[in-house]
Design a protein around this ligand. Sequence first.
Ligand code: PMP
Length: 391
Amino acid sequence: PAAVSVLASSSKTAEHRLVDHGRIINLDHGDPTMYEKFWQGTGDRATIVIPGWQSTSYFSDPGNLCWFLEPELGRQIVRLHGIVGNAVTDGRHIVVGTGSTQLFLAVLYALCPQNVTDPVSVVSMAPFYSSYPTTTDCLRSGLYRWAGDAASFDGGDGPFVELVTSPNNPDGFLRDPVVNRSGGVLVHDFAYYWPQYTAMTSPPADHDITLFTVSKSTGHAGIRIGWALVKDADVARKMTKFIELNSIGVSKDSQLRAAKIMKVVSDAEEEGSNQGDAPPAAAHSLFEFGFENMEERWRLLREAVKQSGLFSLPDYPAQFCNFNRRSFGNQPAFAWLKCEGEIEDCEGFFREKKILTRSGVHFGDSPKYVRISMLDRDDNYLAFIKRLRSL
Ligand code: PMP
Protein backbone atom coordinates (compact mmCIF):
# COMPACT_ATOMS: atom_id res chain seq x y z
CA PRO A 1 0.00 0.00 0.00
CA ALA A 2 1.08 3.55 -0.65
CA ALA A 3 2.66 5.07 2.41
CA VAL A 4 1.60 8.57 1.59
CA SER A 5 -1.69 9.53 3.09
CA VAL A 6 -2.30 12.98 1.77
CA LEU A 7 -5.98 13.32 2.40
CA ALA A 8 -6.09 16.34 0.10
CA SER A 9 -5.77 14.18 -2.97
CA SER A 10 -7.71 11.18 -1.72
CA SER A 11 -10.48 12.59 0.44
CA LYS A 12 -13.11 12.96 -2.26
CA THR A 13 -12.84 9.43 -3.57
CA ALA A 14 -12.35 7.99 -0.10
CA GLU A 15 -15.42 9.83 1.07
CA HIS A 16 -17.55 8.50 -1.75
CA ARG A 17 -16.45 5.01 -0.92
CA LEU A 18 -17.50 5.40 2.70
CA VAL A 19 -20.95 4.07 3.35
CA ASP A 20 -22.06 5.76 6.53
CA HIS A 21 -24.80 3.69 8.10
CA GLY A 22 -24.81 5.87 11.15
CA ARG A 23 -22.16 3.66 12.76
CA ILE A 24 -20.53 4.73 15.99
CA ILE A 25 -17.43 6.83 15.39
CA ASN A 26 -15.16 6.48 18.40
CA LEU A 27 -12.65 9.33 18.78
CA ASP A 28 -12.54 9.20 22.57
CA HIS A 29 -9.12 7.57 22.96
CA GLY A 30 -5.91 8.93 21.53
CA ASP A 31 -5.17 5.73 19.61
CA PRO A 32 -2.50 6.66 17.03
CA THR A 33 -3.64 4.24 14.30
CA MET A 34 -3.12 6.93 11.64
CA TYR A 35 0.51 5.80 11.56
CA GLU A 36 -0.31 2.21 10.55
CA LYS A 37 -0.42 3.27 6.90
CA PHE A 38 3.08 4.76 7.02
CA TRP A 39 4.55 1.61 8.52
CA GLN A 40 2.75 -0.62 6.03
CA GLY A 41 4.55 1.38 3.36
CA THR A 42 7.99 0.66 4.80
CA GLY A 43 7.80 -3.04 3.88
CA ASP A 44 10.32 -5.08 5.85
CA ARG A 45 12.61 -2.24 6.80
CA ALA A 46 11.32 -2.05 10.37
CA THR A 47 10.84 -5.80 10.85
CA ILE A 48 12.96 -7.61 13.41
CA VAL A 49 13.40 -11.31 14.07
CA ILE A 50 14.02 -12.45 17.65
CA PRO A 51 15.39 -16.01 18.01
CA GLY A 52 14.06 -18.19 20.81
CA TRP A 53 17.29 -18.18 22.80
CA GLN A 54 17.32 -14.42 23.19
CA SER A 55 16.20 -12.50 26.34
CA THR A 56 16.67 -15.18 28.97
CA SER A 57 18.36 -12.64 31.24
CA TYR A 58 16.62 -9.90 33.23
CA PHE A 59 19.64 -7.69 32.56
CA SER A 60 20.39 -5.58 29.50
CA ASP A 61 23.34 -3.48 30.60
CA PRO A 62 24.41 -4.35 34.18
CA GLY A 63 27.02 -1.57 34.35
CA ASN A 64 24.52 1.16 33.46
CA LEU A 65 22.50 3.12 36.00
CA CYS A 66 19.33 1.94 34.20
CA TRP A 67 20.45 -1.69 34.05
CA PHE A 68 17.43 -2.87 32.03
CA LEU A 69 17.89 -0.34 29.19
CA GLU A 70 18.88 -2.07 25.94
CA PRO A 71 22.05 -0.25 24.78
CA GLU A 72 20.82 -0.07 21.18
CA LEU A 73 17.62 1.67 22.31
CA GLY A 74 19.70 4.17 24.29
CA ARG A 75 21.80 4.89 21.17
CA GLN A 76 18.76 5.34 18.93
CA ILE A 77 17.08 7.67 21.46
CA VAL A 78 20.15 9.93 21.53
CA ARG A 79 20.42 9.80 17.73
CA LEU A 80 16.75 10.67 17.11
CA HIS A 81 16.80 13.63 19.52
CA GLY A 82 19.97 14.84 17.79
CA ILE A 83 18.34 14.68 14.35
CA VAL A 84 15.03 16.27 15.37
CA GLY A 85 16.59 18.82 17.74
CA ASN A 86 13.80 18.58 20.32
CA ALA A 87 15.83 17.78 23.44
CA VAL A 88 19.34 17.87 24.82
CA THR A 89 20.63 14.40 25.68
CA ASP A 90 24.16 15.34 26.79
CA GLY A 91 24.62 14.88 30.50
CA ARG A 92 21.34 13.01 30.80
CA HIS A 93 20.53 9.56 32.14
CA ILE A 94 18.01 7.63 30.08
CA VAL A 95 15.44 5.61 32.00
CA VAL A 96 13.22 3.37 29.87
CA GLY A 97 9.67 2.58 30.94
CA THR A 98 6.61 0.57 29.94
CA GLY A 99 5.15 3.59 28.21
CA SER A 100 5.66 7.03 29.66
CA THR A 101 2.78 6.16 32.01
CA GLN A 102 5.06 3.92 34.07
CA LEU A 103 7.73 6.63 34.02
CA PHE A 104 5.23 9.14 35.35
CA LEU A 105 4.68 6.96 38.43
CA ALA A 106 8.44 6.33 38.67
CA VAL A 107 9.06 10.09 38.70
CA LEU A 108 6.54 10.63 41.51
CA TYR A 109 8.16 7.84 43.53
CA ALA A 110 11.61 9.32 42.90
CA LEU A 111 10.71 12.92 43.74
CA CYS A 112 8.64 12.40 46.86
CA PRO A 113 10.63 11.67 50.05
CA GLN A 114 9.75 8.45 51.89
CA ASN A 115 9.61 10.14 55.30
CA VAL A 116 6.98 12.84 54.67
CA THR A 117 3.97 13.21 56.96
CA ASP A 118 1.89 15.00 54.30
CA PRO A 119 1.84 13.69 50.75
CA VAL A 120 3.53 15.93 48.14
CA SER A 121 1.04 17.83 45.94
CA VAL A 122 0.96 16.96 42.24
CA VAL A 123 -0.46 19.69 40.02
CA SER A 124 -0.89 20.62 36.35
CA MET A 125 -2.66 23.57 34.78
CA ALA A 126 -6.22 22.85 33.58
CA PRO A 127 -7.15 21.59 31.12
CA PHE A 128 -4.74 18.77 32.03
CA TYR A 129 -4.24 15.24 30.69
CA SER A 130 -7.14 13.23 32.14
CA SER A 131 -4.90 10.36 33.33
CA TYR A 132 -2.84 12.53 35.69
CA PRO A 133 -5.41 12.63 38.53
CA THR A 134 -6.47 8.98 38.18
CA THR A 135 -2.92 7.60 37.84
CA THR A 136 -1.64 9.73 40.72
CA ASP A 137 -4.37 8.68 43.14
CA CYS A 138 -5.02 5.09 42.05
CA LEU A 139 -3.14 3.56 45.02
CA ARG A 140 -3.88 6.41 47.46
CA SER A 141 -0.19 6.76 48.10
CA GLY A 142 1.06 8.37 51.30
CA LEU A 143 3.91 9.90 49.27
CA TYR A 144 1.97 12.10 46.85
CA ARG A 145 -1.55 13.12 45.96
CA TRP A 146 -3.31 14.90 43.13
CA ALA A 147 -3.90 18.57 44.03
CA GLY A 148 -5.58 19.74 40.81
CA ASP A 149 -5.19 22.84 38.69
CA ALA A 150 -1.71 24.36 38.97
CA ALA A 151 -3.11 27.80 38.11
CA SER A 152 -5.14 27.95 41.34
CA PHE A 153 -2.81 25.81 43.48
CA ASP A 154 -2.51 26.95 47.05
CA GLY A 155 -0.54 24.32 48.89
CA GLY A 156 0.88 26.66 51.51
CA ASP A 157 4.64 26.32 51.49
CA GLY A 158 4.64 22.53 51.07
CA PRO A 159 6.58 20.73 48.35
CA PHE A 160 4.93 20.10 44.99
CA VAL A 161 5.47 18.53 41.58
CA GLU A 162 4.22 20.49 38.57
CA LEU A 163 3.55 18.62 35.34
CA VAL A 164 4.21 20.74 32.27
CA THR A 165 2.72 19.11 29.19
CA SER A 166 3.85 20.79 25.99
CA PRO A 167 2.18 20.70 23.54
CA ASN A 168 -0.63 20.09 25.95
CA ASN A 169 -3.12 17.23 25.93
CA PRO A 170 -6.01 18.13 25.46
CA ASP A 171 -5.79 21.70 24.10
CA GLY A 172 -2.60 21.55 22.00
CA PHE A 173 -0.95 24.74 23.31
CA LEU A 174 2.74 25.04 24.19
CA ARG A 175 3.18 25.53 27.91
CA ASP A 176 5.52 26.88 30.57
CA PRO A 177 5.28 26.28 34.31
CA VAL A 178 2.65 28.38 36.10
CA VAL A 179 3.16 27.86 39.86
CA ASN A 180 4.97 30.97 40.95
CA ARG A 181 6.93 29.91 44.00
CA SER A 182 9.92 27.81 44.99
CA GLY A 183 9.79 24.38 46.61
CA GLY A 184 8.55 22.57 43.53
CA VAL A 185 10.02 20.21 40.95
CA LEU A 186 9.05 20.41 37.29
CA VAL A 187 8.33 17.35 35.18
CA HIS A 188 8.03 18.05 31.45
CA ASP A 189 5.75 15.66 29.59
CA PHE A 190 6.84 15.96 25.96
CA ALA A 191 4.76 13.16 24.44
CA TYR A 192 3.75 15.53 21.61
CA TYR A 193 6.95 17.56 21.22
CA TRP A 194 7.64 16.25 17.71
CA PRO A 195 7.71 18.10 14.37
CA GLN A 196 4.47 16.69 12.96
CA TYR A 197 2.59 18.52 15.76
CA THR A 198 4.61 21.62 16.59
CA ALA A 199 7.58 23.66 15.34
CA MET A 200 11.00 22.68 16.68
CA THR A 201 12.43 26.00 17.81
CA SER A 202 15.96 26.48 19.10
CA PRO A 203 17.55 25.78 21.43
CA PRO A 204 16.50 22.16 22.09
CA ALA A 205 14.60 21.57 25.34
CA ASP A 206 16.96 21.36 28.29
CA HIS A 207 14.87 20.46 31.33
CA ASP A 208 15.73 18.44 34.44
CA ILE A 209 13.20 15.67 33.82
CA THR A 210 11.52 15.15 30.44
CA LEU A 211 9.24 12.29 29.44
CA PHE A 212 8.90 10.95 25.89
CA THR A 213 7.07 8.04 24.31
CA VAL A 214 6.93 6.20 20.99
CA SER A 215 3.12 6.20 21.34
CA LYS A 216 2.62 9.60 19.71
CA SER A 217 5.97 10.04 17.94
CA THR A 218 6.21 6.92 15.74
CA GLY A 219 2.64 5.79 16.50
CA HIS A 220 3.60 2.57 18.33
CA ALA A 221 1.38 2.92 21.40
CA GLY A 222 0.99 -0.86 21.54
CA ILE A 223 4.65 -1.70 22.14
CA ARG A 224 4.52 0.34 25.39
CA ILE A 225 7.90 2.07 25.33
CA GLY A 226 8.66 5.46 26.82
CA TRP A 227 11.84 7.08 28.06
CA ALA A 228 12.85 9.79 30.49
CA LEU A 229 15.81 12.13 30.09
CA VAL A 230 16.98 12.86 33.61
CA LYS A 231 19.74 15.23 34.72
CA ASP A 232 20.11 14.15 38.33
CA ALA A 233 21.67 10.70 38.83
CA ASP A 234 19.92 10.21 42.14
CA VAL A 235 16.48 10.85 40.63
CA ALA A 236 17.29 8.52 37.71
CA ARG A 237 18.45 5.83 40.18
CA LYS A 238 15.22 6.06 42.19
CA MET A 239 13.13 5.91 39.00
CA THR A 240 15.06 2.79 38.01
CA LYS A 241 14.38 1.34 41.47
CA PHE A 242 10.64 1.98 41.10
CA ILE A 243 10.55 0.10 37.79
CA GLU A 244 12.55 -2.71 39.39
CA LEU A 245 9.96 -2.95 42.19
CA ASN A 246 7.10 -2.58 39.75
CA SER A 247 8.00 -4.86 36.83
CA ILE A 248 11.72 -5.83 37.21
CA GLY A 249 12.57 -3.93 34.07
CA VAL A 250 10.95 -3.37 30.69
CA SER A 251 10.32 -5.92 27.92
CA LYS A 252 13.51 -6.42 25.91
CA ASP A 253 11.49 -7.45 22.86
CA SER A 254 9.65 -4.14 22.93
CA GLN A 255 12.86 -2.19 23.46
CA LEU A 256 14.47 -3.90 20.47
CA ARG A 257 11.43 -3.15 18.32
CA ALA A 258 11.43 0.47 19.42
CA ALA A 259 15.16 0.72 18.66
CA LYS A 260 14.66 -0.67 15.15
CA ILE A 261 11.68 1.60 14.47
CA MET A 262 13.62 4.67 15.61
CA LYS A 263 16.59 3.60 13.50
CA VAL A 264 14.38 3.40 10.39
CA VAL A 265 13.00 6.88 11.16
CA SER A 266 16.46 8.38 11.66
CA ASP A 267 18.01 6.61 8.63
CA ALA A 268 15.30 8.09 6.39
CA GLU A 269 15.81 11.59 7.79
CA GLU A 270 19.56 11.39 7.24
CA GLU A 271 19.14 10.06 3.69
CA GLY A 272 16.60 12.84 3.00
CA SER A 273 18.83 15.59 4.34
CA ASN A 274 21.68 14.37 2.11
CA GLN A 275 19.48 15.01 -0.91
CA GLY A 276 19.08 18.78 -0.63
CA ASP A 277 16.92 21.40 1.01
CA ALA A 278 13.40 20.22 0.13
CA PRO A 279 11.56 18.21 2.82
CA PRO A 280 11.93 14.46 2.22
CA ALA A 281 8.93 12.66 0.68
CA ALA A 282 6.17 11.58 3.04
CA ALA A 283 6.60 8.00 1.80
CA HIS A 284 10.03 7.89 3.47
CA SER A 285 9.92 10.42 6.26
CA LEU A 286 7.71 9.59 9.23
CA PHE A 287 7.66 13.23 10.30
CA GLU A 288 6.70 14.41 6.81
CA PHE A 289 3.95 11.80 6.66
CA GLY A 290 2.69 12.93 10.06
CA PHE A 291 2.98 16.61 9.18
CA GLU A 292 1.04 16.33 5.90
CA ASN A 293 -1.69 14.23 7.49
CA MET A 294 -2.10 16.53 10.47
CA GLU A 295 -2.12 19.59 8.21
CA GLU A 296 -4.83 18.13 6.01
CA ARG A 297 -6.91 16.78 8.90
CA TRP A 298 -6.85 20.17 10.61
CA ARG A 299 -7.79 21.90 7.36
CA LEU A 300 -10.81 19.60 6.92
CA LEU A 301 -11.85 20.03 10.56
CA ARG A 302 -11.60 23.82 10.53
CA GLU A 303 -13.62 23.95 7.31
CA ALA A 304 -16.38 21.72 8.75
CA VAL A 305 -16.45 23.64 12.05
CA LYS A 306 -16.72 26.96 10.24
CA GLN A 307 -19.53 25.66 8.04
CA SER A 308 -21.50 24.34 11.04
CA GLY A 309 -21.49 27.59 13.01
CA LEU A 310 -22.00 25.45 16.16
CA PHE A 311 -18.44 25.05 17.42
CA SER A 312 -15.11 26.77 17.82
CA LEU A 313 -11.48 25.61 17.87
CA PRO A 314 -8.32 27.13 19.33
CA ASP A 315 -5.98 29.12 17.08
CA TYR A 316 -2.26 28.49 17.27
CA PRO A 317 0.36 31.09 16.34
CA ALA A 318 2.81 30.15 13.55
CA GLN A 319 6.43 29.51 14.47
CA PHE A 320 9.43 28.66 12.33
CA CYS A 321 10.48 25.01 12.59
CA ASN A 322 14.22 24.38 12.44
CA PHE A 323 13.62 20.75 11.58
CA ASN A 324 11.35 20.94 8.54
CA ARG A 325 12.20 24.58 7.71
CA ARG A 326 8.60 25.76 7.51
CA SER A 327 6.53 28.16 9.52
CA PHE A 328 3.35 26.65 10.94
CA GLY A 329 0.95 26.77 13.87
CA ASN A 330 0.47 23.70 16.10
CA GLN A 331 -1.52 20.89 14.51
CA PRO A 332 -2.26 18.92 17.67
CA ALA A 333 -3.01 15.23 18.07
CA PHE A 334 -6.35 16.21 19.65
CA ALA A 335 -8.96 18.78 18.73
CA TRP A 336 -10.17 20.75 21.77
CA LEU A 337 -13.56 21.71 20.46
CA LYS A 338 -16.03 24.00 22.15
CA CYS A 339 -19.78 23.83 21.67
CA GLU A 340 -20.94 27.39 21.26
CA GLY A 341 -24.41 28.77 22.09
CA GLU A 342 -26.89 26.73 24.06
CA ILE A 343 -25.26 23.31 23.98
CA GLU A 344 -24.00 22.79 27.54
CA ASP A 345 -23.10 19.09 27.38
CA CYS A 346 -20.91 18.89 24.30
CA GLU A 347 -20.02 15.20 24.82
CA GLY A 348 -23.73 14.35 25.11
CA PHE A 349 -24.47 16.35 21.95
CA PHE A 350 -21.92 14.32 19.99
CA ARG A 351 -23.02 11.03 21.57
CA GLU A 352 -26.50 11.61 20.16
CA LYS A 353 -24.86 11.88 16.75
CA LYS A 354 -23.01 8.60 17.47
CA ILE A 355 -19.66 10.35 17.77
CA LEU A 356 -17.77 9.41 20.94
CA THR A 357 -15.57 12.16 22.38
CA ARG A 358 -14.22 12.94 25.87
CA SER A 359 -15.88 15.70 27.90
CA GLY A 360 -13.92 18.69 29.14
CA VAL A 361 -14.81 17.73 32.73
CA HIS A 362 -12.25 14.88 32.62
CA PHE A 363 -9.57 17.49 31.97
CA GLY A 364 -10.62 19.81 34.80
CA ASP A 365 -12.57 22.07 32.44
CA SER A 366 -16.14 22.82 31.31
CA PRO A 367 -18.56 20.28 29.72
CA LYS A 368 -18.88 22.77 26.86
CA TYR A 369 -15.58 21.33 25.60
CA VAL A 370 -14.76 17.94 24.16
CA ARG A 371 -11.47 16.34 23.18
CA ILE A 372 -11.46 14.57 19.83
CA SER A 373 -8.66 12.30 18.61
CA MET A 374 -7.03 13.48 15.37
CA LEU A 375 -4.88 10.33 15.01
CA ASP A 376 -7.39 7.68 13.99
CA ARG A 377 -7.33 5.77 10.69
CA ASP A 378 -8.35 7.69 7.55
CA ASP A 379 -11.75 6.01 7.20
CA ASN A 380 -12.82 6.79 10.76
CA TYR A 381 -11.54 10.34 10.61
CA LEU A 382 -13.21 11.05 7.27
CA ALA A 383 -16.48 9.54 8.49
CA PHE A 384 -16.28 11.97 11.41
CA ILE A 385 -15.71 14.95 9.10
CA LYS A 386 -18.56 13.83 6.89
CA ARG A 387 -20.93 13.55 9.86
CA LEU A 388 -19.79 16.93 11.18
CA ARG A 389 -20.61 18.49 7.81
CA SER A 390 -24.10 17.01 7.94
CA LEU A 391 -25.00 18.58 11.32
N1 PMP B 1 1.44 11.86 28.52
C1 PMP B 1 0.54 12.40 27.69
C2 PMP B 1 0.38 13.88 27.70
C3 PMP B 1 -0.23 11.59 26.86
O1 PMP B 1 -1.16 12.14 26.08
C4 PMP B 1 -0.04 10.19 26.88
C5 PMP B 1 -0.80 9.27 25.98
N2 PMP B 1 -2.12 9.56 25.79
C6 PMP B 1 0.89 9.68 27.77
C7 PMP B 1 1.62 10.53 28.56
C8 PMP B 1 1.07 8.20 27.94
O2 PMP B 1 1.83 7.65 26.95
P1 PMP B 1 2.27 6.13 26.95
O3 PMP B 1 1.45 5.45 25.90
O4 PMP B 1 3.72 6.18 26.58
O5 PMP B 1 2.07 5.54 28.31
